[in-house]
Design a protein around this ligand. Structure first.
Ligand code: ZN
Length: 165
């Protein structure tokens, strides 16, 4: 199995709002598998379909306590607030501190085509919110203020310089 190509900012694909999915059939199950493989290959703990060039509402996550595969994820409830640093495979080199709810309840359709609701806290809640952002074309850099954007530019230059060597 080969990993899929990760689409990186500023490609338009990672800026589009994703279409909802009708139901999970074999091709959607394959998509989940490809996404998980690609996520793991690149050392990620979450991945959204637009990151591999698919404009559909699919996310996967695995922080080490079991795999989550979800279509049409939607946040129903949120609680608490915590600031934490995030990276993104589609924005290489960037680390952004983002304030987000610490606990969420998410609905969606799992890989067995079953409507589910799941409660997540801490890192998993963060990963799910990050991936759901992707489905709305939202990236970690969108949380930056002006000073943060300047700092990010410097970070990116250093990163790409390093990558050239
Ligand atoms: Zn991301």
């Amino acid at each position: 199995m080969e990993p899929l190509k990760i689409i990186e900012y500023p490609d338009d694909i990672v800026r589009k709002r994703c279409a909802l999915v009708d139901k999970i059939t074999e091709s959607e199950i394959k998509l989940f598998k490809d996404m998980l493989f690609t996520m793991r290959h690149f050392g990620g703990i979450g991945l959204a379909a637009p990151q591999i060039g698919v404009n559909k509402s699919f996310i996967v996550a695995d922080i080490g306590y079991g795999v989550i595969q979800l279509a049409n994820p939607k946040i129903l409830k949120m609680k608490g607030s915590v600031r934490w640093e995030e990276g993104c495979l589609s924005v290489p080199g960037a680390i952004v501190a983002i304030r987000r709810p610490d606990e969420i309840v998410v609905s969606g359709i799992n890989e067995k085509n079953k409507a589910i609701e799941l409660r997540a806290r801490g890192l998993l809640a963060r990963v799910l919110q990050h991936e759901i952002d992707h489905l709305n074309g939202r990236l970690i850099i969108d949380y930056l203020g002006l000073l943060g954007k300047i700092k990010l530019l410097k970070q990116s230059f250093a990163y790409f310089k390093q990558r050239e060597h």
